[in-house]
Design a protein around this ligand. Structure first.
Ligand SMILES: NC(=O)c1ccc[n+]([C@@H]2O[C@H](COP(=O)([O-])OP(=O)(O)OC[C@H]3O[C@@H](n4cnc5c(N)ncnc54)[C@H](O)[C@@H]3O)[C@@H](O)[C@H]2O)c1
Ligand SMILES: [Zn+2]
Length: 397
């Protein structure tokens, strides 16, 4: 294990001499020198989430001394772009890249079985270790592979999309899709370490980057006023991928995810706050057959609706409501929702995976950084909030 400074989800370090951001938000000048490590502690595991430029190059520090062969599950695009950094880090150890074609339609048990067969053919045993090196799909599938190969081998998560860095790679949820829905099979399998290198985001397609930013914004809304203010005031720098700002928002998001998962590994009340915007977001993803929108884009729509709902149910004041809606808009646009009907979205709510015994739950914003979970909301009110969100995104006649 690396001898890095441990930090149970700790506050961001602030140094003297910090400069003011473009619109008054503070930023640290030493973004690549003193990035933090956040520790996730669950009943069965404890592991570091390192946020640092160059973190990929430290992968060898996190390998168990006696581990056997290392299997790097990845996609060819990520391997071509960033593989050399990992290859250098693992240089002295025996490792094999295992290529997965990528894509939501290939995130299936059949692919996991295929990867497991490849591992076996290349001499894997109980001492083997998996490195999941890619976006959230690789993280989920590689994590699942590690969870079930010979009833479980360790995994190191090395996420390379923004969404995977701030969300998917931290928390131990792994899995695959069924024909009947997304992520319906899987396992909790906490990684040995999560290595987050924000430098890899420069090669991410802009749309994928923006989709991840909506999850960052969600994290600010539910739990961090500071993060929200950066996202709201410094959006130009965020969109321009300025390293200081990117490192700051990634670290703050990881800090919060680590904190929430440490307090609640298996989605009790606290972890459910991470679903802000996801109730209607999931309905929109299903209604558009998982093909028109990226997950984060659907969540941005869901956050709009949840924000309108929060205002309507008296959880949020009009000023804060306006700021959240404006901030969501700053990271747009999302693809056209022409043809999507509010009634159809609301009709899907009861079948969401997160619905428990038929009760639809909504996470409401209570100002910035605070939430309330409600159920039993009048369907007419949900419909109204959903229709308002659709109307806002409709092209002007
Ligand atoms: N386990 C969890 O807690 C959790 C949480 C949220 C989402 N997820 C899952 O994550 C998945 C979505 O992940 P995603 O948004 O990262 O999509 P993705 O894994 O499909 O990655 C998006 C695309 O970007 C490419 N890519 C990755 N890194 C790149 C880089 N640095 N530069 C250029 N291209 C790069 C990938 O190859 C892919 O084509 C979904 O399946 C979702 O269910 C899981
Ligand atoms: Zn999400």
């Amino acid at each position: 294990m690396a001898a890095r400074s441990p930090a149970t989800p700790a506050p961001m370090t602030r140094k003297s001499g910090e400069r003011e951001g473009e619109m008054g938000v503070e930023m640290s000048p030493c973004y690549n020198l003193c990035m933090p490590t956040f520790t996730v502690r669950t009943p069965g595991a404890e592991y570091p989430c390192v946020v640092e430029r160059g973190a990929i190059g430290q992968a060898d520090l996190h390998l168990p001394p006696k581990s056997g062969k290392i299997f790097v599950v990845t996609t060819e695009d990520v391997w071509d772009l960033h593989g050399p950094k990992l290859r250098d880090a693992l240089g002295k150890r025996a490792f094999h890249p295992l290529f997965f074609p990528g894509g939501e339609e290939r995130k299936r048990i059949a692919e996991v079985e295929d990867l497991a067969d490849q591992m076996l053919a290349q001499g894997a045993d109980r001492s083997s270790l998996v490195v999941a090196f890619g976006g959230g799909i690789v993280g989920d599938l590689g994590g699942f592979l590690a969870a079930i190969f010979m009833r479980g081998v360790p995994v190191i998560q090395v996420p390379t999309t923004l969404l995977a860095q701030v969300d998917a790679a931290v928390g131990g949820k792994t899995g695959a899709n069924l024909r009947g829905g997304k992520n319906l099979v899987g396992a909790f399998h906490q990684p040995r370490a999560v290595l987050i290198d924000p430098a890899v985001l420069t090669t991410l397609p802009e749309r994928e980057y923006r989709a991840g930013l909506y999850e960052v914004l969600k994290t600010g809304i539910i739990r961090s006023r500071r993060l929200f203010e950066i996202m709201a005031l410094d959006w130009r720098r965020v969109l321009a991928l300025e390293p200081h700002v990117v490192d700051d928002i990634v670290a703050e998001s990881v800090r919060i995810k680590a904190e929430v998962v440490s307090a609640d590994e298996k989605e009790g009340d606290l972890r459910r706050i991470l679903n802000f915007g996801h109730t209607i977001g999931h309905a929109l993803e299903a209604e558009t057959a998982y093909s028109r929108l990226l997950h984060g884009e659907a969540v941005s729509f869901g956050m709009r609706a949840a924000t309108h709902l929060s205002l309507r149910l008296g959880a949020l004041d009009a000023g804060t409501h306006g700021r959240i809606i404006e901030c969501i808009g700053a990271y747009g646009p999302i693809p056209s929702l022409a043809g999507v009907r509010a009634e159809a979205l609301v009709a899907r709510l009861g079948s969401d995976k997160k619905t428990i015994q038929g009760r639809v739950h909504f996470v409401l914003a209570e100002g910035i950084g605070a939430t309330r979970i409600v159920s039993g909301v009048d369907e007419e009110i949900v419909l109204e909030a959903t229709a308002r969100s659709l109307a806002e995104l409709a092209p002007a006649a």
